[in-house]
Each structure stands twice: as structure tokens, then as C-alpha cells.
Design a protein around this ligand. Structure first.
Ligand code: ADP
Ligand code: MG
Length: 695
């Protein structure tokens, strides 16, 4: 099928399918549930389930699954077939409302961070009717939330849905104050841009570090990296272009609005951006996108790497979370309009985001803290670990003028003139682009750029939604009581500029001066996951999440445990992989080549009079490197053993961070220096050159 509009959503039980297949009253109930975020009426579940099943079977499906996002960072599914036996030894295909609404996968094999010790292993999945069911691999997938027997969230979706309700509740109070009484729901919207690498499967298969860890643990830099800036937006190679075309089609079939595909800054690095949609759907779609990237790549003899830093010395991969909020009547809170200084809803929302980000910096940092992303943040390629906001000069001026009670001069806002009559003139954006800011205002949305490429976008949006809800709550309470609305809005903006203005930074976020300046301003600089995560369970954060019904104390504590445990597990696997690579391949390879050089020296000596300085120098260098590698590898083994015997999750993670990571970096240094002088055919692993330029 070549017609994209016919292809789009072909595997989705979407609005038009529902309208066609459901009785009108059932359709209307379901539709209002979806639109207004109400609880589903269970009396309609049987009818919906039967319609879904019939539709799925017509499309060749034989199974169904509750599709959910446990705290592993990826999705989970348990497939059940539709078959049900009849008395006469045959089967019929059945799917009940009960099976649609509720599933009971055994929760004991999913991370629960201590919740399991105190509660039953039983877990429930519950249908999320606001995200459409779809067919993948002949299976009807029903997006669900996952919780424990006693109702604690064990997944990433539940808190996300709760946070969307929290911000809806507070944002409704705000829009009512502006007279928009027809608004029934305020939804946050997200467009996540996704970066990834593609490598040849044949080369990948020879790298245990890529196979076990998703990133290279050793590898000397290739003579060419990204310095020529010739990859970004460059012409697509044929194989990559074919992959992207197929990926788009697969995603379109699933109703994912894949829009933009291009090469990224590093060689072999690419990006996909979808059109934005409601946050929980965007989160589901981003998970599907990552899954489809991996699957489609394999069909093209490629492997898609989603790790945040697969190669040392070249840019890593991130995910940009473009966030805004809109009413069901179509008002975008963050759209400045032609005269932003007169758009009070916009200015108030801007102030709310500034205050939220300043007062809850650590939450944004926590939401992107993973072992993989630690290699990226602050490495002069991605935003630093310090949170700041880029507003651009014009909006900063507007806020300052309001704070100082002076008139804003807008004569600067001019049309773009490219100096040629044939090129049409267009209005310049309110802000230029600033690629170094972690949290940038980009026209009608905020773009948070610290997310790692492999993570779910859920955690980040749980944080943004909840912290903005908290500030909206405070603003709404003040404004509801105010006698002079406009004066109170100005007072709020003035206060935010004075108290929270320190978070605004329009300069170069990669510079060293900024790190110093940020410290002077008292901004947090949480360099690693181990520094950041424990702050999640501060009393201030627990109080806020509980107040808005997003996460309770038990859930927060369990999440802290899970994230730290996960951090240690990743480093454990990496360390074991590196030890094996050194002991079984690198050390023997260096020994073998040194041995060969020694034989050459002996041969030369036996002839006499032939200079063997080069061989002797190489022997000395390689032997020295090899003994360092050997000794460091033994130290690494000991460090891992010590970490694994450590009782508390935080102490254990600290050993991995403080000791294991450093030893791994040291080993790498010696291994890479040896690699650069050992002949290619005698080095056990494909080089960076092959990995990055083989497609
Ligand atoms: P870039 O970051 O390269 O400038 P774009 O301007 O094309 O990219 O937009 C990036 C993403 O922002 C896209 O996924 C787009 O759909 C999304 N986006 C645009 N408007 C909104 C909005 N109101 N809410 C959320 N995301 C949005
Ligand atoms: Mg972007």
C-alpha cells in the first residue's frame, strides 16, 4: 500500500474504527471518557471488548496482551490467545470486558523496590482507554497501567496519568480566571525527538561490549570523527534511507505521527521527530518508536543503538522533550501571540514554569539520571548537569519590564529580510535557537534536552506536570482572592523575576564560566545519578507528590531503590564484560604481538648488524600497557566483589560510581593505547572506524 493516508493508523483501534463498530451510545460514553479523562463505565466494557476482538481477528490477530511499562525502562507484554473451548471439542474466539479492563500478570519478576517485601507479589494491569489499542505481531495490544495488589504504582504510566490529572485540575482553575468557562480539560502535549545510532550487524556481532552493554567499553578513536560537521543533515546513505522509509511506514501503521528523519551530528547518528500529541500517548508512542527502530534495523542488517553514549569521543544520543499545555478548546498556554507582553495567560504560564523549574531543579535532573546518561551530561555535547532556562532576549526583556513597571519597547521585532526579492519575508521567531540550554523556550513550548536516548519520557513529564501544577495551585489561590486581577498578575511576575530569575540563562551552557556563575547563583550541579537520586525522597518532594496524588511516600522510596539498584546492575554487567574482554582477548592479543616482536628482534640479532630499535620500543610500550591492564583488571574484579557485598543500595551504587567506573576508564586508556599500535588483523575487536563508517 503506497497511499500514506490509507496506511496511517491501519493497525489502530482508533476513533474512526470505534465510531464504525460500536453502538452509538457506547461510542459516546467511551469518547467522553477519553476526552475528559473520566473513569470508564464498566458496563460498556463487554461491548468494546467484542468489537476490539472482531476487528483484531479480521486483521489476522490471534492473541491479545496488556501492554505496560514496568520500571525496567522498556515495555512488557504477556500474550494470551483469544481461544476458548466449546462443549463439542471446538474453539471459539473470545475476549470479555473483564479481560479488557483488568489483567493479572505476576508482578514478582518486575522491579518493585521493596514494595514486594511488604506486599503480595500479585500485580494488576488496568486498561488506559485514553491510549488506543493497536495490533503488533498478530497481537492486539491494550495499553495499560500496572500496579500492585494494594494499588501502588509499579510502572511509569500510572504516575504519568496521575500527574496529567493534577495539572489539569490546577490549569482549569487558571483558565477559569481568564473567563474561559467552556474549557473541560487541559492536557499537556509532548513531541519527543529521538536520537539513535545505526551500526552494521556483522560488525556489531563481534563486539561483546555492544551486545551486553549497548556501548563500547574500549576502542581507540578513528582518524575521522565528527569534526568536519559533514554528517548533520547530510545526504542519507541508501541503506539508511531504506531503513528510515520502512520505519516511517511501520510507525504510521501504528498511528505514530513520525514526521522528520535526518542525520545527526555524529557519524552513524540519526534522529526521528514525531508530531506532538497528548503526553501519555506520546510516551506510549515513543516506546513503540524505540521498539520499531530496533526491529526494523535488524531487517536491514543493521543494529539500532539507543544507548546515550555508545562511542567515546563522539556525541552521544539524547531525547528532546518538547512540552506545552493546551485546552480542549485549542488554547495553547505557551503561545506568545503577536504581542506577548499583552498576553497575560502566556506570561503567567511562563512565570509558573520559571518558578517550578527553579524551585524543583533536582526533580528534572533526577528524571534523566541513568548510568548511560551520566556519560553524556556535561560532556560539552549535551546540556550540563546544571538546570537553567533559556528564554531569549525578547521574553527576558518583557518579564523584566513588567517586574520594573516600565513599558516594553517592541520596535525591535521585525520581519526577516534575506536580501533577495524572490525569497518571501517572514516574521522572525521571538527567540533564536540556543542548543546549549537544558530547558529552552522554543516558540510555543519548552524543550527539555537532558533526557537520555534510551529512557522513557514518562518520568520527566511526571516531574514537569507535577511541579507546574504545584505553582499553578499557588497562583490560582492568590488570583482567586485578588481584587485587582491584573495588578496581582504583575505582582506575581515581579516576585518570580526577583526570586527565581537566577534560573534564566541565555548564554553558552557549555562554557566553564557558566559553571562558576551557576555556583554563584546557588544553582544545583548534580554531576551523577548517585548524587541526584537520593534527593527524590526529600520531605519537600514527598509532600508535593502526595499533595497532588501523583506518588506516595512508599512509591517514592521504592523508586529510589529501583533506580539505584538499576544503576549498580548496569555497572556490574559493564565491569564483568570488560574483565572478560581483557582476560580472554586483549591481554592474549597484546602478548601474542609482543611475542612476535621478540622473535623479530632475536632473528635480527642472529643475523647481526640490523637495527631493532622500533621493535624494542614497541615491546617495552606494549609490555608496560599489558601489565597495567592485568593489574587494573584484577583490581576491578576486587572492586566489583566489594560492591556486590555492600548491603545498602546507595553505598553499593557509590562504590560503582567512585571506584568501578574509574578503574574501567583506566583500563580503557591502556587498552586503547595498545590498540593504536597493534596491527588490525591481530586486534580482537572491530575498530571505531569500522563501527562508525561501515554503512
Ligand atoms: P527543533 O527542535 O528541531 O526545532 P521542531 O520545531 O520541528 O524541532 O519541533 C520539535 C518538536 O516539538 C516536534 O515534535 C513538534 O511536534 C513539537 N511541538 C510543536 N508544538 C508543540 C506543542 N505545542 N507541544 C508539544 N510539542 C510541540
Ligand atoms: Mg530539538
Amino acid at each position: 500500500m503506497n497511499n500514506v493516508s490509507e496506511l496511517f493508523g491501519i493497525n489502530v483501534f482508533n476513533d474512526s474504527v470505534m465510531k464504525e463498530r460500536l453502538p452509538e451510545d457506547v461510542y459516546n460514553i467511551l469518547k467522553s471518557t477519553i476526552k475528559e479523562g473520566n473513569t470508564i463505565d464498566s458496563s460498556i466494557a463487554d461491548t468494546v471488548a467484542t468489537a476490539m476482538k472482531d476487528w483484531a481477528i479480521e486483521k489476522g490477530a490471534t492473541h491479545y496482551t496488556h501492554w505496560f511499562q514496568p520500571l525496567t525502562g522498556i515495555t512488557a507484554e504477556k500474550h494470551d490467545s483469544f481461544i476458548s473451548p466449546t462443549d463439542d471439542g471446538h474453539i471459539i474466539m473470545e475476549f470479555s470486558g473483564k479481560e479488557l479492563i483488568k489483567g493479572e500478570p505476576d508482578a514478582s519478576s518486575f522491579p518493585s523496590g521493596g514494595l514486594r517485601a511488604t506486599f503480595e507479589a500479585r500485580g494488576y494491569t488496568a486498561w488506559d482507554p485514553s491510549s488506543y489499542a493497536f495490533i503488533k505481531d498478530e497481537t492486539l495490544c491494550i495499553p495499560t497501567a500496572f500496579c500492585s495488589y494494594s494499588g501502588e504504582a509499579l510502572d511509569q504510566k500510572t504516575p504519568l496519568l496521575r500527574s496529567m490529572d493534577a495539572i489539569n485540575k490546577q490549569a482549569l482553575r487558571i483558565v477559569k480566571l481568564f473567563g474561559h468557562t467552556d474549557v473541560k480539560r487541559v492536557n499537556t502535549t509532548v513531541g519527543p525527538e529521538q536520537e539513535y545510532f545505526l551500526v552494521d550487524k556483522k560488525v556489531y556481532d563481534k563486539r561483546p561490549d555492544l551486545m551486553y552493554c549497548g556501548r563500547t567499553l574500549i576502542g581507540a578513536m578513528a582518524p575521522k570523527g565528527q569534526e568536519m560537521d559533514d554528517h548533520y543533515f547530510g545526504v542519507l546513505k541508501h541503506r539508511v534511507a531504506e531503513f528510515m522509509r520502512e520505519l516511517d511506514r511501520e510507525l504510521w501503521k501504528l498511528g505514530v505521527l513520525a514526521k522528520t528523519e535526518h542525520n545527526e551530528a555524529a557519524p552513524a547518528q540519526h534522529e526521528l521527530a514525531p508530531i506532538f500529541t497528548t503526553t501519555n500517548i506520546a510516551a506510549d508512542h515513543n516506546q513503540l518508536t524505540m521498539e520499531m527502530m530496533k526491529k526494523t534495523a535488524l531487517q536491514h542488517g543493521l543494529v539500532c543503538l539507543l544507548h546515550e553514549k555508545p562511542f567515546d569521543g563522539v556525541n552521544g544520543s539524547g531525547k528532546h522533550n518538547n512540552w506545552s499545555l493546551s485546552t480542549d478548546t485549542g488554547i495553547n498556554f505557551l503561545k506568545p501571540g503577536k504581542v506577548p507582553e499583552e498576553n497575560t495567560l502566556f506570561l503567567l504560564t511562563l512565570a509558573a514554569v520559571i518558578k517550578a523549574v527553579d524551585e524543583h531543579q533536582e526533580l528534572l535532573r533526577i528524571s534523566v539520571a541513568t548510568a548511560g546518561n551520566d556519560h553524556r551530561l556535561g560532556a560539552n555535547e549535551a546540556p550540563p548537569a546544571i538546570i537553567s532556562i533559556f528564554l531569549g532576549d525578547e521574553l527576558t526583556d518583557i518579564l523584566n519590564s513588567i517586574a520594573n513597571g516600565v513599558h516594553h519597547d517592541n520596535t525591535e521585532r521585525i520581519k526577516m529580510n534575506m536580501g533577495s526579492e524572490v525569497i518571501p519575508a517572514f516574521r522572525k521567531d521571538n527567540t533564536d535557537r540556543n542548543r546549549t540550554s537544558p530547558f529552552a523556550f522554543t516558540g510555543n513550548k519548552f524543550e527539555f534536552r537532558m533526557l537520555g536516548s534510551a529512557s522513557s519520557i514518562s518520568d520527566t513529564n511526571v516531574m514537569i506536570n507535577t511541579m507546574v501544577a504545584e505553582v499553578f495551585d499557588e497562583f490560582a489561590t492568590r488570583l482567586e482572592k485578588a481584587n485587582d486581577f491584573k495588578a496581582e498578575v504583575n505582582a506575581i511576575i515581579k516576585e518570580v523575576v526577583e526570586k527565581n530569575g537566577r534560573i534564566i540563562f541565555n548564554g553558552d551552557g557549555y562554557s566553564e564560566e557558566w559553571e562558576k556563575e551557576a555556583e554563584r547563583r546557588g544553582l544545583l550541579n548534580l554531576r551523577s545519578t548517585v548524587d541526584a537520586i537520593p534527593l527524590l525522597k526529600s520531605e519537600k518532594n514527598i509532600a508535593m507528590f502526595e499533595k497532588h496524588g501523583v506518588l506516595n511516600r512508599t512509591e517514592i522510596n521504592s523508586r529510589v531503590e529501583i533506580i539505584l539498584e538499576n544503576y549498580s546492575k548496569i555497572l556490574h554487567i559493564e565491569a564483568l564484560t570488560l574483565i572478560e574482554m581483557m582476560n580472554r582477548e586483549v591481554i592474549p592479543a597484546i602478548t601474542a604481538y609482543t611475542d612476535k616482536l621478540c622473535k623479530t628482534v632475536l632473528n635480527k640479532n642472529s643475523v647481526g648488524g640490523i637495527n631493532s630499535t622500533v621493535e624494542r620500543e614497541l615491546i617495552a610500550r606494549l609490555s608496560a600497557a599489558n601489565s597495567e591492564i592485568y593489574s587494573l583488571t584484577n583490581q576491578l574484579k576486587m572492586a566489583v566483589a566489594t560492591a556486590e557485598c555492600t548491603a545498602t543500595v546507595l553505598d553499593k551504587a557509590k562504590i560503582y560510581h567512585d571506584t568501578v567506573l574509574h578503574l574501567m576508564a583506566d583500563i580503557r586508556k591502556y587498552s586503547d593505547s595498545a590498540e593504536s599500535v597493534v596491527p588490525e588483523e591481530q586486534w580482537p575487536y572491530p575498530s571505531y572506524g569500522e563501527l562508525l563508517f561501515s554503512i
